[in-house]
Design a protein around this ligand. Structure first.
Ligand SMILES: O=C(O)CNC(=O)[C@H](CS)NC(=O)CCC(=O)C(=O)O
Length: 278
């Protein structure tokens, strides 16, 4: 059981969230995980969007990033830290940075969420998000990173609705797609499993998608149902609505045989919609 997705109910107390993340990462390691993914906003979910500015960190250091590096080393575990709020110079906004730590605690990759959730939730009873008010969009540069469990492509939450990002990741050789999330309950019920399975099937990739669950200090609920999906679209492991850990193995030879025997990726004809620089 080498891959883990960690589901959390994060609150507006960084220390408490880091302690909860540490306990769940320890639990995952005890069950055999070598590679664990934390959800979006795992270190902080405030009462108001702008509350995250107060706990945002400079790139590379701070209580959140230092604790992640220490945990990776201590547990001998690769950790993908859903999103960490990183300060943007000269702006009252942060980047939602997905940070990858190797098992020596070295940060080996960073991807900043590109697609921001500026949405009035349909039939959401007034539930409304303006993520771009507090978050700056990341550079239009897909990020892949080689790890002991395979080549990993990074994304965050709302990105999952933009398949062209994943096409670009697969063009760069991704075998595992990461989708840390804090999905709304309404859109989660309608689309969460569907979107994760679609990204897995169309790219013949594993998908690891840890989510937030429960009710947060803002009063909002999140959908939970963290999942690990295999490249044929089967959900191999899934959480419910409580915090916890879901685990699965990657069968690399199954994936390679699938890609060979069902060569849809080799049949691609069209370019992605991203600029040619990507
Ligand atoms: O702020 C919160 O309380 C929780 N949400 C988040 O942190 C983020 C940014 S607002 N959520 C999403 O991107 C949800 C996407 C989504 O739900 C969809 O694509 O339908």
């Amino acid at each position: 059981m080498s891959l883990a997705a960690i589901q959390m109910t994060s609150v507006d107390d960084v220390g408490a969230n880091l302690d909860m993340a540490a306990a769940l990462l320890r639990d995952a390691t005890a069950q055999g995980a070598r590679f664990a993914v934390l959800p979006e906003n795992f270190a902080f979910m405030g009462r108001r969007d702008r509350d995250k500015l107060a706990i945002a960190e400079v790139d590379g250091h701070g209580p959140i990033q230092d604790r992640l590096a220490a945990l990776a080393r201590e547990l001998d575990l690769w950790i993908i830290a859903g999103t960490v709020p990183i300060r943007v110079d000269g702006e009252e906004r942060v980047w939602a940075a997905c940070c990858v730590y190797d098992s020596d605690g070295v940060r080996v990759a960073r991807y900043d969420k590109i697609h921001l959730y500026d949405i009035d939730v349909p039939n959401g009873g007034g539930e409304r998000y303006r993520e771009s008010a507090s978050i700056a969009p990341g550079a239009l540069q897909p990020v892949v990173v080689d790890t002991p469990v395979g080549r990993v492509g990074l994304s965050v939450c709302y990105d999952v609705r933009f398949p062209e990002l994943y096409r670009a990741l697969v063009a760069d050789g991704a075998e595992i797609l990461i989708v840390p999330a804090a999905f709304t309950v309404k859109t989660g019920e309608a689309h969460w499993d569907l979107l994760l399975r679609a990204r897995a099937v169309e790219n013949l990739c594993y998908v690891i998608a840890p989510g937030q669950c429960g009710v947060h200090p803002s009063g909002r609920g999140t959908y939970g149902h963290s999942a690990i999906v295999e490249p044929w679209g089967r959900i191999v492991s899934q959480a419910g609505t409580e915090p916890g850990v879901v685990l699965a193995d990657r069968d690399a030879s199954h994936q390679a045989e699938l890609r060979q025997g069902f060569p849809a990726l080799a049949h691609r004809r069209l370019q992605t919609a991203y600029p040619p620089s990507i």
